[in-house]
Write a protein that binds this ligand. Structure first.
Ligand code: TYC
Length: 101
């Protein structure tokens, strides 16, 4: 019988675009004590001692190190919190954010 067939067509469509991600970058300087850098990485970025030491040493040796990747708001908030901590202690330690390409 005509018209009694079941023809189902399934289409997929991307409805939820992924938000752009931002790197938080730790910059080296000659004055901030290593232990202070490690403390900031542990308290603001929830790193354990080993991870914080590794990131601090990479920035120390290479000039900069990616700390983590977040959505823009979280990256900017954490970067600001870390920079505020450094300023309160009068250290030149700085974190920046950079959009991932
Ligand atoms: N270079 C600093 C020192 O020798 C330590 C340091 C490491 C500072 C990493 C900043 O992102 C940094 N005391």
């Amino acid at each position: 019988m005509a018209g009694s067939g079941t023809n189902v067509e399934v289409r997929t469509r991307e409805k939820t675009a992924k938000p752009p991600l931002y790197k938080v970058i730790l910059l080296n300087d000659d004055f901030t004590p290593r232990e202070f850098v490690v403390m900031v990485l542990k308290s603001v970025f929830r790193m354990d001692e080993g991870a914080a030491l590794g990131v601090m040493l990479t920035a120390h040796r290479r000039g900069a190190c990616v700390v983590a990747v977040y959505t823009r708001e979280i990256a900017e908030t954490k970067s600001s919190q870390a920079n505020d901590l450094a300023k309160r202690h009068e250290y030149p330690l700085r974190f920046t954010t950079e959009k991932e390409t």
